[in-house]
Ligand binder design. Structure first.
Ligand code: 5GP
Length: 194
């Protein structure tokens, strides 16, 4: 595979990482393309096949695991598989673009481990667990049980923050967007201090 870069944004669900990733994708000079993950979770209302995710059945997903088709995969919540197909990264690199990921903490760290020099791994930290719960409730995409499940997972994920290359504290969105832009731009242009 070629020498494109990999930009990983990982964070507990509800920390604002998706907003940051979408903002970066709009900055065309960064030459980024979103890595569309595969998932076996149900499609939410306004989501689009092959844009937000490649939606697979659990059986289809498991057969691709057996066929070694994933760069990384995770059973993020019970029976909800998520993963990055090798073909997805190849697809983006073959267009001469850099890949940007919005994936969970273990998936993000796995990509960093596989491609240590090519990857910038960014952890987005929510101001607090209470604030995270408020954001997930406002989003109204999950029921109370699912919110509690995501909050429980978030506490464990926060402990992994020091393993990332950088941590962005998302207590002020404009500041977080600006910080993310400069980090990614410097990394892509090889200005990041190692
Ligand atoms: P959601 O269901 O809210 O779209 O995503 C749930 C979690 O799965 C999020 O933390 C998201 O970042 C993570 N996720 C999405 N795609 C992938 C992937 O390809 N691999 C891994 N490991 N996690 C993913």
């Amino acid at each position: 595979m070629n020498k494109g870069k990999l930009i990983v944004f990982s964070a507990p669900s509800g920390s604002g990482k998706t907003t940051i990733v979408r903002h970066l994708l709009k900055q065309l000079e960064l030459n980024l393309e979103f890595s569309i993950s595969a998932t076996s979770r149900e499609r939410r209302g306004d989501e689009v096949q092959a844009k937000d995710y490649y939606y697979l059945s659990a059986d289809e997903f498991k057969s691709k695991i057996k066929g070694n088709e994933f760069l990384e995969w995770e059973e993020v919540y019970r029976d909800n598989f998520y993963g990055t197909l090798k073909t997805e990264v190849e697809r983006i690199w073959s267009k001469g673009k850099h890949v940007i990921f919005d994936i969970d903490v273990s998936g993000g760290l796995r990509i960093k481990r596989k491609f240590p020099d090519q990857t910038l791994a960014v952890f987005v930290k929510p101001p607090s667990i209470d604030e995270l719960k408020i954001r997930l409730k406002k989003r109204k995409t999950e029921n109370e049980d699912k919110i509690n499940m995501r909050v429980a997972k978030a506490s464990a994920e926060l402990a992994t923050a020091p393993l990332f290359d950088v941590i962005i504290e998302n207590d002020n969105l404009d500041k977080a967007l600006n910080e993310a832009y400069h980090l990614v731009s410097d990394f892509i242009n090889d200005k990041t201090e190692k």
